[in-house]
Structure formats: structure tokens, C-alpha cells
Design a protein around this ligand. Structure first.
Ligand code: ADP
Length: 488
């Protein structure tokens, strides 16, 4: 029996494989970049075979580095969510390019459905909004417009998200999707065990072309012997943001994580309570075990690290992202300067696609240090607005665990703690997505008895940032921010 968990992380820009030990140490790693195809403005596609081949070669490379497949106890897959693959079950080959989550080609379809007045009903059922981001309209588009898809008889046609595609290839034919990925399709009721017949009908999708919904962890399937050298148990399937939430140890209701990468993604554990949002946050399945679900509430800010890239590449007031920290520390405050990073509209809880960014409060005393500091302060402000929306929807954050490239900024981490008046925690091991999938697979394989036990054994040390800001300073910062948001 092997002692390692092999995680395949099929992301948007690259595919990786990482081996973990039962105590959470990361071993050999392999990575392949993934080609992005942009056939038209607003369209984003991947080659599903490239995802499969990259996953397979990364997995084989890591297995070889460990000394063979006998060293692997179980496999966990985590993946970019919402992206749709279409394939022929008989040939095992993709029949169209995968439509990626970022793809906006179904915007008109979504607008028409919204106009028909169905969004409230869909949101209540699925936790999601009628947006091209989610899978259902992408599936419908492929069925209507792709000749390769239309040529395949319905009893041979398969649709699935990326974990579903990889599972099919690894097992040589199982057509499964886990509940966390299925909860991003618009076809799963938050309280429904399987994809919903009425929702499928409403989106015009043939139920027989869709996967069976299974737990996120457990004895889910077994790989075919020839793929990795011997049959290996597939013990976890989980969407990337849910995996990061588990990797951050957010296992109790109210525990929340924020990933600050290009954009910022926040998820809070809701326990067994069905998430319902009055603030356009998303309700989603965090994980499912033995048919029982734990839910999360999710919100995102479109612009986070991309604001820092903009300071570097367009304004050219910094040479690299890390320089913002020294600049922020070099001044007592941002003066009156406030940045609203609505460069691509405002996401949750505002949802104003037409909003535009602004830099306000400039005076002759404002220099690049004030602007850089105000840009970092904007991260705490956006996070505060989301925390307020989460609390209003029943998920009051008890502390915030951060990760992503931007979380390396200590000044920003402290500022977020100060503005939220909450302890902010940052793990030393920042690959929380892969770690989360490894934790689930370890529980799924019986290596650890529970997620709490897996977290205790596998999560490493953390740095803590405790709030130290005076209440009046915080109130003044937030008042200035809210005035600026109203202008944007
Ligand atoms: P993604 O996964 O979305 O590609 P990453 O998690 O790799 O993004 O984070 C990269 C982003 O973080 C970049 O936009 C970069 O500008 C920002 N970033 C990286 N280091 C710092 C830092 N020390 N301070 C502020 N921003 C940073």
C-alpha cells in the first residue's frame, strides 16, 4: 500500500501533479503549461486532449520520481471549474474544444433568460446567477452550434466539467462529476442529489448526456491498470476554490478564506445550512461525503493583483509588485488618496458592470507612495464590503485565511486585519488548492478518519495578523471608501 497522495491540479493556465505524504509534506511536482485559444473576442477555449495528456504526463512523471505506482495510496483531482468538455463515449475522444469559464459567448442567451424573468427561481434552486460563467449555457451552445457535437448520437455524447473528463479518461469510461463541480453548472439543485430534470429541460440539455453526481471524497472510482501502471483508487474530486477553502482548514461554519491572485475569491463555510443570498453572492457545495453536503457562500472581486500590475505596466510607478509594500510603509498614510479598483466594473456585492475605476483625493502632497498605499488599501476595503454582504447573508466571518500571490504582502495582510477587525491568517505552505485535494483524498482513502484530523495532520504553520487599528481611523477609512464607490 502506497504512502503518498497524488494530486492532479488541472488549472486554467497550467496542469500540475504534486505528491503529498499523509502528514502534508509536498514531494515531487510536475507542471505543463496549457494553451489558451481565443478564436474570437470574448471566446476562450482549451483543447481537452491537451488537458488530459498534460495531466497524464505530469502524473507519470511524479509517480516515476517516487519510484513507481505502488507508492501511491490514492489520487485526488482538483480543477478549474465551470469549463465544459464534450466527448464521444465510444471513441473516448473530445468532439469539440472545451469552452472555458471565462468565455462570454452565451451572454445573449443569459440576457434573454433573465428577461424571461427566471433568474430568481434559478438562483433559489442552484445558488447561482444567470451568467455565461456557469456551465449550462455553454453545453447548450455546443449542442446548438458545434457540428462535431451534433454529429454524435445522444446515447454516445458526453458532457462534463474538467474533473469529469479526467475521470472518464483515467477510469476508461466512468461518467461522474462530484457535487462541488456539479454545483457550478446551473443544473444541480443545492438540495438535489442528482442533476435536476426540470433545470436540464429549461436549459434544453439532454439528461442522458450528463454525468452522475457523486461525493467529493470516498472510494469514487479506480483508474484502469494501463494508465498509471496499476489500478489506483480515485478518492477525491473537487473544484479549485472549494479545494483551497478546505486546504485553508475552513471546516467550521463562519471560517472563510480569501485568495488574492489576479482577482480575489472569497468562500465561507456555511455548514449544513442551504446558502441563500440577498446580496448576489453565490451558494455552492463545499464538499459532500456519504451523500451529506456542506455548503459555502462565495463572492469575488474582479480586480486584485491586476491593479498592482496596472500600477507597474500602465502607470509605471512601481518596478515590481513587491515594491508596493516598501512604498506603503514609507508614508504615514495615503493622505486623502482613495483608489476604487473598478477597472473592469464592480463585482459582488455591487454587481455594476458599468462602474469604472477612480483615484480620488489627490493633492500636491500625493506621490507614488500614496497611490501605491491606496491601491493596497483598496484590497481591505473590497474585502470589507464582501464581509458585510456575507454577514448579511448569514455567514459572519470569524477569521480570514488568505492565500494567492498578493497575500505575500505583509503590509496588506495587516491592513486587511485592521479594516475587518478580524485575525487574518496566512499559511506558510501557500499551495492550498492542491493541499485541500490531498486532504480530501486522504480522508476518502481512509488515511485520516475525518477532515478535521486531516487538517490537524497536514496543514503546516501559519502567520497571524491581529487587528490593531483604532476604531475612528477605521471608520474614517471606510467612510472615504464608500463616498468614492458611490462616485464610481
Ligand atoms: P493568479 O493565480 O491569478 O495568476 P497569483 O496568485 O499568482 O495570481 O498572484 C499574482 C498577482 O499577485 C499578480 O497580479 C501580482 O501583481 C500580485 N502580487 C504578487 N506579489 C505581490 C506583492 N508582494 N504585493 C502586491 N501584489 C503582489
Amino acid at each position: 500500500m502506497g504512502e503518498h497522495i497524488l494530486v492532479i491540479d488541472a488549472g486554467t493556465t497550467s496542469t500540475r501533479a504534486i505528491a503529498f505524504t499523509a502528514d502534508g509534506r509536498a514531494g515531487p511536482t510536475a507542471q505543463r503549461p496549457l494553451t489558451q485559444h481565443y478564436p474570437r473576442p470574448g471566446w476562450v477555449e482549451h483543447d481537452a486532449n491537451e488537458i488530459w495528456q498534460a495531466s497524464l504526463s505530469c502524473a507519470r512523471e511524479v509517480i516515476a520520481a517516487l519510484g513507481g505506482p505502488d507508492r501511491i495510496a490514492a489520487i485526488g483531482i482538483t480543477n478549474q471549474r465551470e469549463t465544459v468538455v464534450a466527448w464521444d463515449k465510444a471513441s473516448g475522444e473530445p468532439v469539440a474544444r472545451a469552452i472555458v469559464w471565462q468565455d462570454r459567448r452565451t451572454a445573449e442567451m443569459c440576457a434573454a433568460m433573465k428577461e424571461a424573468g427566471r433568474e430568481a427561481e434559478v438562483q433559489a434552486a442552484t445558488g447561482l446567477l444567470l451568467d455565461p460563467y456557469f456551465s449550462a449555457t455553454k453545453i447548450r451552445w455546443l449542442r446548438d452550434h458545434d457540428a462535431g457535437v451534433r454529429d454524435v448520437p445522444a446515447n454516445r455524447l458526453a458532457f462534463g466539467t474538467v474533473e469529469s473528463w479526467l475521470t472518464f479518461k483515467l477510469t476508461g469510461g466512468a461518467h461522474l462529476s462530484d457535487a462541488s463541480n456539479a454545483s457550478r453548472t446551473l443544473l444541480l439543485r443545492l438540495d438535489g442529489a442528482q442533476l435536476d430534470a426540470d433545470l436540464c429541460q429549461w436549459f434544453g440539455i439532454d439528461r442522458q448526456t450528463l454525468p452522475q453526481v457523486v461525493d467529493t471524497h470516498g472510494a469514487l472510482a479506480v483508474t484502469s491498470a494501463e494508465v498509471l501502471g496499476r489500478p489506483i483508487a480515485l478518492c477525491a474530486l473537487i473544484g479549485d476554490q472549494q479545494a483551497a477553502t478546505i486546504g485553508q482548514g475552513c471546516l467550521t461554519p463562519g471560517e472563510a478564506k480569501a485568495t488574492y491572485g489576479t482577482g480575489a475569491f472569497m468562500l465561507a463555510n456555511m455548514g449544513q445550512t442551504l446558502p441563500r443570498s440577498d446580496h448576489r453572492l453565490l451558494g455552492t457545495v463545499l464538499y459532500q461525503h456519504g451523500g451529506q453536503r456542506t455548503y459555502a457562500l462565495e463572492g469575488s472581486a474582479f480586480v486584485a493583483g491586476s491593479l498592482i500590475q496596472w500600477l507597474r505596466d500602465s502607470l509605471r510607478i512601481i518596478g515590481n509588485a513587491a515594491e508596493t509594500e516598501a512604498l506603503a510603509r514609507s508614508v504615514e498614510g495615503s493622505g486623502e488618496v482613495v483608489v476604487v479598483p473598478a477597472l473592469a466594473g464592480l463585482g459582488a456585492p455591487h454587481w455594476r458592470a458599468d462602474a469604472r475605476g477612480l483615484i480620488g483625493g489627490l493633492s500636491f502632497a500625493s506621490g507614488r507612495a500614496e497611490i501605491a498605499r491606496a491601491a493596497l488599501e483598496a484590497m481591505a476595503h473590497q474585502t470589507h464590503d464582501l464581509a458585510t454582504a456575507f454577514a448579511a447573508d448569514g455567514a459572519r466571518w470569524t477569521r480570514l485565511r488568505i492565500d494567492g500571490g498578493m497575500s505575500a504582502n505583509d503590509w496588506m495582510a495587516q491592513d486587511i486585519a485592521d479594516i475587518l477587525a478580524l485575525t487574518v491568517e496566512r499559511p506558510a505552505f501557500v499551495e492550498t488548492t492542491a493541499l485541500g485535494a490531498a486532504m480530501l483524498a486522504a480522508v476518502g482513502a481512509g488515511v485520516h478518519p475525518s477532515l478535521n484530523a486531516a487538517a490537524a495532520a497536514m496543514r503546516g504553520s501559519v502567520a497571524e495578523f491581529t487587528p490593531a487599528m483604532a476604531d475612528d481611523v477605521r471608520a474614517e477609512r471606510l467612510a472615504r471608501w464608500h463616498r468614492a464607490v458611490a462616485q464610481a
